[in-house]
Every structure is written in C-alpha cells, then in structure tokens.
Design a binder for this molecule. Sequence first.
Ligand code: TPP
Ligand code: MG
Length: 328
Amino acid sequence: MKITNEQVKNMYETMLKIRKFETRAKDLFAEGKVGGFVHLYIGEEAVATGACANLKDNDYITSTHRGHGHIIAKGGDLKHMMAELYQKETGYCKGKGGSMHIADATKGILGANGIVGAGHNIAAGAGLAIQYKKTDQVCVCFFGDASTNQSTFHEALNLASVWKLPVIFVCENNGYGISVSQARHQAITDVSVRASAYNMPGVTVDGNDVFAVHEAVGEAVSRARKGQGPTLIECKTYRWRGHFEGDPTVYRPEGELDIWIKKDPIPKIEKYMVENSIMTKEEIDKKNEDVDKMINEAEKFADESSMPSLKSALEDVYTDIVEEGRVR
Ligand SMILES: Cc1ncc(C[n+]2csc(CCOP(=O)(O)OP(=O)(O)O)c2C)c(N)n1
Ligand SMILES: [Mg+2]
C-alpha cells in the first residue's frame, strides 16, 4: 500500500507523543501526582499508530485498560488526558474517571475500558450502527491477547462475521495477561487462528513495525468500507513496563525485556526516515523538542487546573432525585 512521506512523519509524531506522554505519566505517578491505576503502553506504540493512521475523524475505536496510546493515536487531547490522570475538573471525565475511562465522542473514541473484553461487543455495536446508517465508517477494536479468552471476543467475532459488520479487530499480543504468559493462558501461539472459527480473514503481523501494522489494517479497513466484513489482525508486541505501575514484574524471564527494547519501533522509523530522506537528524531533534513542549504544556495545564468540587460528585451520574446533597 502506498504511503506518503507526510503520513510517515505523522506516524512518527504520534509514536513520540505516546512515548513521551506515557514516560511523563510514569514519573508523575511515582511522584504521587497521578492517582488510580495506570497501565502503560510503552513499547506498543506502533500498533495504535499504524492502525489509526488509516482512520478518518468520524471512524470509531474502542480501547482497553491500556488506552493512552489508542486515544492519542485517534486524536485525543493531551491536556484533557493529563488533567484526567491528575483527577482535575478539566479532565476528560471531569476528574471522576481516571486513566481507564477516557472517552471522546467528538473523535470517535468510544472509551478506554476497565472491563477486559467489553470493547469487543461495543465495537460490534458500533459496527451495527454504521451498517444501519449506511455510511462508510469503520470501527477499530483494540484488545489484548488474554481478552480473547473471554466470551465477549467470540460473541463479537461471530456476529460481526455473520452480519458482515465494518469492524477491524486488532489484537495487541504482548505475551501476557497480567502475570500469566500466553503459553499458560491459551493453547495457541497465534491469536489470528481464531479468525477461522468465524470465517473471516486472520493475519499476524510484527506489532513493532508501524508499516506492517498500517498496511494490514489498511487492507482490512478498505474491505470493511466496501461492506466486505470484519478482519482479525494480531500484532505481536511487548509492554516494557509492568502490567500496571507498581507491578514488580518478577514473572518475566531474565533478558526478555532487553530483547524487546532492541525491537523498539521508534528508532526503527527514525532510521527509515533518514535513509529515505524523509526527515533529517536535525528535523527529528526538532520534532522531539516540539513534542516535549506539548507534554510540558499538558502537565502545566493539569497542574494548574482545580480539583472537582464536592458537589460535582453527584453530577453526570444516574441516580434518584437528589435533595440537599443527599440521594433519596
Ligand atoms: C472482566 C475482567 N476480568 C478480569 C479483569 C482483571 N484484568 C485486568 S487486565 C487483565 C489482563 C488483560 O490482559 P490482555 O487482554 O492481554 O491485555 P494487556 O494487559 O496485556 O494489554 C485482567 C485479567 C478485568 N479488569 N475485567
Ligand atoms: Mg496481553
């Protein structure tokens, strides 16, 4: 598939934004400024980036508990994301959701999700809505390897296939469900084989190669836009950090992380751009500075924003009549 220099540069910027946002979030969590549970995506940037580079503003994505990368790649706002991590009133959920509940309906981001496997069926629902409205939109559903053991995965793939829904199922196979390695949680090595049970195409690609992800998802998107139904794409990758910040990662074999750090998708695209005269080393340095500035601004915005008022705890929630601050 033809890819323009502009698209390559945009993908590079997206990967940098994800890496730098998350690296800062990691430090801020350690300082106690970011609260709640934080699951980082560092190392997996090429998946969200390559996939979302095929999408238009009005296309949809569903996300997971490890959602920052998906949200940034689909155009989420760094300031409102950071403010949400800080639990401030300017955050995406007015400070009441945290990392795992960020959504932005204006960008087709149907939400990060703390319930493993919930995104599969939300994506099938979005696909059904698209089909009903007869538009050429698509929905990309991101999920982890372990979530494909949930019934929701099988229900969603079954119906998406029967009804030829415009959904692209993108599995981020990082080799673990929490501390349980893939070999211990499922009797297959390639999640993509599960596509055959639902008579849809299933492919496995190198999830640390942004071009491979972009191409595979691009083909699936064009099939989906033509009404030819869903695809399952498995991207093999690895999370550099623990399952959550604070995870001691004692379950990892020695040397495993080092192998994957050598497969870092970011230096790979930098090398490609320099070799193909898409960006010079100086332009790459400048881009890094620009993204650092964006992250600094997001942090400043979050720092300077106010905490939500006590009163707001009862706003935007489904409840019975509220009288004088008490739920009747
Ligand atoms: C329904 C449900 N069951 C269990 C959990 C606890 N849990 C949180 S993350 C996780 C593992 C997810 O692994 P995977 O789908 O591979 O995604 P990854 O964390 O590797 O990105 C589990 C079991 C949950 N949040 N929701
Ligand atoms: Mg996993």
